[in-house]
Design a protein around this ligand. Structure first.
Ligand SMILES: [Zn+2]
Length: 131
């Protein structure tokens, strides 16, 4: 899968990020060689839907998501195969930038960052090292 860093629009660059790690949550982590930002991307199936939220099972964990982080006009349904990005929050993780994953198609994960969590993640990582 090709994952794009979204932080170089000002110089019209879309650098491909490098996969470097499988996270303990069962997702893949990618790093940008230009800015060192990290994105964690996962795939799985929608397992639970309730009102305005649900859970995606990625084979390791059930990951919470809110409908406001569905990409474009994707209508979620049980067993839908999805790609998503992981947002790191104070009290856990959440799936954002969720899109339907059509197997057979070349996967490029660009994502509209409705909220920029990637800076957050980098900052958290630095704080943890200092502790
Ligand atoms: Zn970058």
């Amino acid at each position: 899968m090709k994952v794009i860093c979204l932080h170089h629009k000002d110089i019209q660059l879309e650098p491909t990020m490098i996969k470097f790690h499988n996270s303990r949550f069962g997702n893949s982590q990618y790093v940008c060689a230009r800015c060192s930002r990290i994105r964690e991307i996962g795939s799985g199936r929608i397992k639970v839907l309730k009102g305005t939220y649900g859970f995606i099972n990625n084979g390791t964990k059930d990951i919470f998501f809110h409908f406001k982080y569905l990409n474009n006009s994707f209508q979620p349904f049980i067993n839908a195969e999805v790609l998503f990005e992981v947002a790191f929050l104070e009290d856990g993780i959440e799936a954002i930038n969720i899109r339907e994953f059509k197997s057979g198609k070349k996967k490029i994960f660009k994502g509209l960052l409705k909220k920029d969590f990637s800076n957050n993640f980098s900052n958290n990582a630095i704080v943890n090292l200092e502790n």
